[in-house]
Design a protein around this ligand. Structure first.
Ligand SMILES: Cc1ncc(COP(=O)(O)O)c(C=O)c1O
Length: 403
């Protein structure tokens, strides 16, 4: 069983086939249609599509005006793309440690890292739990010279913060449509914003820095266009947007299913003291892209690696999110990051992501719960040799190998 996967139905296939038979494979009408419906769904005035979440992050970093000499504060507990977008712009990433409960960037830590060079705070809604958007927004505003809050919501499509969906809260909110996400276009991404000027910059940036779109020109009979900034070809195709539109129809149901699975996991692991399930803060409704549990290693006879391998041996496709960004060789070698980020580093030693995708069947969920209970109980110092789970004990304490 994988930790995440897409689900596509006949309507998705049909939507793509229709575009394949049409005049516009790219720069056509499906793009605006998808952007408009997406913006409405997340509650933002504008949405600008990109060829990936990474490209969307690059667009947001550009639109925030990041450049050489500027700093952007971000979290080490994320996929490297979040911090890489700062480097693409020649600016300097500054890491701030995460809060121990949510593993989202800690506003207290951010406040200590803000300088006159800070141009952006890039928060991540880790696993789908919104970051502390109100405090971070205040910090960005208080910076004085116009720092922006960019929310990397690649995990959090559909997550709610104080009753509002993420997308219209931060200055720019970035989404990913990779197949393990809530909605897929194969590859794809989006930036949502309420700011018309940011939206215009984002549109140009994803289209070579050109000031008008191909279809608009053709429809108005114009040949003239101007390149006004150095952009890229980061366009999302009409093929992908048609798939996105069709997937949007199923998003609410997918979210509901993920929330159901998360509730089942939380209930099932309540009496397993060696497992810490993800925290949910008041006023927040997470979107559950991931379900990362933390191991209380002090209670276990083996390390995370053995638990991970034992679960894989049970055919449970566990994963680890994330190796803290500052620990990757590229970052270690280029930045003399003398500081440590103890909360993120400690969490990394303990994290295991359990399968979480909307097409998981009731049996899949049961299988994961059973395997986790079996493996963790088996290695729990207190329960060693006293496991009373369903099925026989099948792991060697010495090797962590499945028999
Ligand atoms: C937090 C985060 N940010 C950015 C990205 C990049 O998105 P994409 O894979 O669509 O480029 C990912 C991808 O998984 C992610 O998890």
């Amino acid at each position: 069983m994988p930790y995440g996967r897409q689900s596509l139905d006949d309507a998705d296939v049909q939507a793509v086939v229709e575009v394949l038979k049409s005049d516009w494979l790219t720069t056509g009408p499906k793009i605006g249609e998808f952007e408009e419906r997406f913006a409405a769904w997340v509650g933002a005035r504008h949405a600008v599509s990109f060829s990936s979440g990474t490209a969307a992050l690059h667009g947001a970093a550009f639109a925030a005006g990041l450049g050489p000499g500027d700093e952007a504060i971000t979290t080490p507990m994320t996929f490297c793309a979040t911090a890489n977008c700062i480097l693409y712009q020649g600016a300097t990433p500054v890491f701030a440690d995460v809060s121990p409960d949510t593993l989202n960037i800690d506003p207290q830590e951010v406040s200590q890292k803000i300088t006159s060079r800070t141009k952006a705070i890039i928060a991540v809604d880790y696993a789908g739990h919104p970051a502390a958007l109100d405090e971070l927004g205040e910090l960005a505003k208080a910076q004085g010279q116009g720092a922006l809050l960019i929310e990397d919501a690649c995990h959090a499509l559909g997550a709610e913060f104080r009753g509002k969906r993420v997308g219209g809260i931060a200055d720019m909110t970035v989404f990913s449509f990779h197949p393990v996400k809530h909605l897929t276009t194969g590859e794809g991404g989006m930036v949502a914003t309420n700011d018309a000027r940011l939206a215009e910059t984002l549109r140009r940036f994803r289209n070579h820095g050109i000031s008008s779109e191909a279809r608009e020109r053709r429809e108005s009979g114009q040949w003239f266009y101007e390149m006004v900034l150095l952009g890229f070809n980061y366009r999302l195709t009409d093929i992908a947007c048609a798939l996105g539109l069709s997937q949007l129809d199923k998003l609410a149901a997918n979210l509901a299913r993920r929330r159901e699975i998360a509730a089942q996991y939380a209930e099932a692991f309540r009496d397993l003291p060696a497992i810490v399930v993800p925290a949910v803060r008041d006023g927040v409704n997470p979107a559950w892209h991931l379900y990362p549990v933390r191991l209380k290693l002090e209670m276990l006879a083996v390390g995370r690696g053995e638990i991970f391998r034992a679960l894989r041996a049970e055919n449970i496709g566990v994963n680890v999110h994330y190796i803290p960004v500052h620990q990757h060789p590229y970052y270690r070698e280029r930045f003399t990051l003398k500081e440590s980020y103890p909360v993120a580093e400690d969490a990394y030693e303990r994290l295991i992501s359990l399968p979480m995708f909307h097409s998981m069947t009731a049996q899949d969920v049961e299988d994961v719960i059973h395997a986790v209970r079996k493996v963790v109980s088996c290695f729990d110092r207190k329960y060693q040799g006293k496991y009373e789970g369903k099925g026989e004990r099948s792991h060697s304490l010495e090797t962590g190998q499945s028999k």
